[in-house]
Design a protein. Structure first.
Length: 153
């Protein structure tokens, strides 16, 4: 991954067994499947530092997605990312149009200024199509120099 690129990213996450956690004072059960979390990274270290943190299983719960990525039942399979000064929200409506659904209202979007339902979506296709659709969402958002890194399958 590019060491200092700042921009937006989409984590591709596989949940192998149900994950239970509290979200907004409610018990949530995330079912097995493939999920996509969209985020931005503009701080020190850029996208690489943020994705490296998401991949660590042991970490302090800081962001909503940490409830998922810190579970032994979830694996970050890869990431799609691109340089962008804009918000990750540009991806949400495109992913929805491509058939992705939102399993948890408000998840990952507490700082969203555009009113996204969430920044965490379920891919309702097989993994290869999921990657293709996420890349397509980046392309339809007019993002250039789109990169994909596979960590494992």
């Amino acid at each position: 991954m590019h060491e200092t690129l700042k921009g937006i990213y989409a984590l591709i996450i596989k949940v192998q067994e149900p994950i239970h956690f509290m979200f907004k004072r409610e018990n949530v059960c995330l079912k097995p499947g493939i999920y996509v979390y969209i985020g931005s990274a503009r701080g020190p270290g850029g996208v690489k530092a943020r994705v490296d943190r998401h991949r660590k299983p042991l970490k302090k719960i800081r962001w909503h997605i940490d409830n998922v990525t810190s579970s032994p039942h979830a694996r970050v399979l890869g990431v799609v990312f691109a340089s962008s000064p804009g918000p990750e929200c540009v991806l949400t409506p495109i992913l929805e149009d491509l058939g992705f659904t939102h399993p948890i209202k408000g998840f990952g979007s507490s700082d969203c200024k555009l009113g996204c339902y969430s920044h965490f979506l379920r891919c309702n296709s097989e993994i290869t199509k999921c990657y293709d659709d996420v890349r397509e969402a980046f392309k339809q958002s007019f993002l250039n120099d789109i990169r994909i890194v596979h960590f494992e399958s």
